[in-house]
Design a protein around this ligand. Structure first.
Ligand SMILES: [Mg+2]
Length: 367
């Protein structure tokens, strides 16, 4: 089998489709890309035409090596490559008639636990909705540039009144969701080292599943200091790329939990390797995800194939248009988990008629 063409569709989410001389194609989704992503894919295309799409890791390395001077370590190039890699796995699974998790070593679990990212939603209302729909894990944002007690929008120290107002919020959230639901709190990597440490300490009584990025992720030593200094578990990784991005973080035990974004930081095979690296440090794997349903389903194959999976992010809890992107009779999200459709590859095709309404560039899909 040989790759004959690769095309993109920009339709709310960012899709890549790989075509072959045997008529089989595979589709992937990449995330967190800017408008240059289609040009980047166009440049990568010539490196893969004529190659066997089922040599997924070799195809990946062929491009990564070629891009070493223009983003082969992080950023747009890796994100586009991630979507391309997912398309290759989808294609390979279809060609062999098996789901992708089967090619990743098989399942540790047959459904994948989701946690509901709730940003600044009404705690009481959201907690009730989430519980009613069968979820047992939730996340809220705590960083707020408009907190009236802040020194100013650019200073991310924490004043005594700001600290108290944040702790009060978490107390209210914990009261709203009750003691049994897992709770994560996101700080978006905005705080100073001592502010991050003060917050991590002050939130210890609330039994968090994790506190996400109390300080920016670039300084591993600063993260390690906080992680070692608090009982609150620290989660890091939505802006790190490839195994290389997680090596020092894990070696220095600078995070208790990691959250790679699979459709951005390297794709399915790479993220399975990242999860395996984390496993030997006894670190759970809880991928970041605010992508479409195709990518969420693709991510789930990795989550099923590693023992140390904790929870996968789900951003579109109150978005009725989300499920429509896939040509399935029912949502992939059932009772707080992703359930795998009984189909080879990633397990679902795009509903192209539905997706076309979001298509940019003359309303055409796959150009
Ligand atoms: Mg986050």
């Amino acid at each position: 089998m040989k790759i004959t063409d690769i095309k993109t569709a920009d339709a709310r989410y960012h899709y890549i489709r790989v075509y072959t001389d045997e008529g089989i194609y595979g589709t992937g989704e990449c995330s967190h890309v800017d408008q240059g992503w289609r040009g980047t894919l166009e440049s990568m295309k010539s490196l893969l035409i004529g190659h066997n799409p089922m040599d997924v890791d070799a195809c990946f390395e062929r491009i990564r090596h070629a891009y070493i001077f223009r983003g082969g370590m992080s950023g747009l190039g890796i994100s586009v490559l991630s979507g391309l890699e997912v398309a290759l796995w989808d294609l390979t699974g279809k060609a062999l008639g098996v789901p992708v998790y089967r090619l990743l070593g098989g399942q540790f679990r047959d459904r994948v636990r989701l946690y509901v990212d709730s940003a600044h939603a009404d705690y009481q209302e959201r907690a009730q909705q989430v519980r009613e729909r069968g979820f047992n894990a939730i996340k809220f944002d705590l960083d707020d540039a408009n907190n009236p007690h802040k020194l100013d929008r650019w200073n991310w120290s924490v004043t005594p009144d700001e600290l108290q107002s944040m702790v009060d919020q978490v107390a209210q959230i914990r009261a709203a969701i009750g003691p049994h639901m897992d709770l994560a709190i996101d700080l978006h990597g905005r705080y100073d080292g001592y502010a991050g440490m003060k917050l991590a300490h002050a939130l210890e009584p609330y039994n968090l599943m994790w506190l996400e990025e109390p300080v920016p992720p670039e300084n591993i030593d600063a993260l390690a200091k906080i992680t070692a200094g608090t009982r609150t578990p620290i989660c890091v990784g939505e802006n790190l790329y490839l195994r290389h991005g997680f090596r020092e973080l894990l070696q220095k035990q600078a995070a208790d939990i990691i959250m790679p974004d699979i459709s951005k930081c390297g794709g399915l095979s790479e993220c399975r390797k990242i999860a395996n690296m984390a496993e030997i440090y006894y670190v759970p794997f809880a991928p970041h995800n605010n992508s479409g349903p195709l990518s969420t389903l693709a991510d789930s194959h990795v989550c099923a194939s590693v023992p140390n999976f904790l929870a996968l992010e789900y951003h579109r809890f109150d978005d009725d248009t989300w499920d429509g992107h896939l040509a399935l009779d029912q949502s992939i999200v059932q009772n707080g988990h992703v359930v795998f459709p009984d189909a080879p590859g990633v397990g679902a095709e795009l509903d192209e008629e539905y997706v076309r309404q979001f298509a940019r560039y003359d309303g055409e899909l796959f150009q």
